[in-house]
Design a protein around this ligand. Structure first.
Ligand code: IMP
Length: 191
């Protein structure tokens, strides 16, 4: 079975492949440079845009995710703008830490929406996952990507970048959105 994964982000592709390793289907990275304009105002709208674009391009069922970091004291920013918040991962982290300077409420969450769309644009299944945490005062850890080094998860006493791949793939917003999606795919998509 071939489901196209609507991302050109190799980290996300790897995480999704790792989580989905027991399921018998293939995920193909849509050609590098795949970057439809994310004009939605929610993670769900943007994941639909990416999935539909990939499904139209390939004529296959496509799975897309849209995710980001929402910081309560910043009114939910960077949110859907997480990937566009600053030009590099280091600068994004610097900007978050600067914007939270002196702020006592450092609570935040990662959210992920996944949408499975057919080439006609019909939504076959949609799911959402979330993980709560706190923005640390400085970066810790070297694993993962994006905002992982400053996203501290109190129940595990470590940042997302200090987690092993297995830990992240058990607890992350992406893993939580992916579990029901994989169940849907394994039960309903057969060819
Ligand atoms: P998207 O490709 O539009 O979904 O962008 C999501 C952005 O949110 C990424 O580029 C990262 O900056 C951030 N993000 C999403 N998931 C994670 C994660 O698991 N760890 C760290 N940053 C993430």
């Amino acid at each position: 079975m071939k489901i196209v994964l609507a991302t050109s982000n190799p980290h996300k592709l790897q995480e999704i492949k790792d989580i989905a390793k027991d399921i018998n289907f293939e995920l193909a990275l849509v050609g590098k440079g795949f970057d439809p304009e994310e004009t939605g105002s929610t993670f769900k709208e943007n994941s639909y845009i990416k999935a539909y674009e990939a499904a139209k391009l390939t004529g296959k069922i496509a799975l897309a995710d849209d995710s980001g970091l929402c910081i309560n004291a910043l009114g939910g920013a960077p949110g859907i703008f997480s990937s566009r918040y600053a030009p590099t991962p280091e600068k994004k982290i610097e900007k978050v830490l600067l914007n939270l300077d002196g702020e006592s409420d450092r609570s935040a969450f990662f959210e992920c929406n996944m949408t499975l769309v057919n080439p006609d644009g019909k939504v076959l299944f949609s799911s959402t996952g979330r993980i709560d945490g706190v923005i640390s005062k400085e970066p810790y850890g070297t694993n993962g990507f994006g905002y992982d080094p400053i996203f501290f998860v109190p129940s595990l006493n470590k940042t997302m970048a200090e987690m092993s791949e297995e830990e992240k793939n058990t607890h992350s917003h992406r893993a939580k959105a992916l579990m029901p999606m994989l169940e849907y795919i394994s039960k309903n998509i057969t060819d």
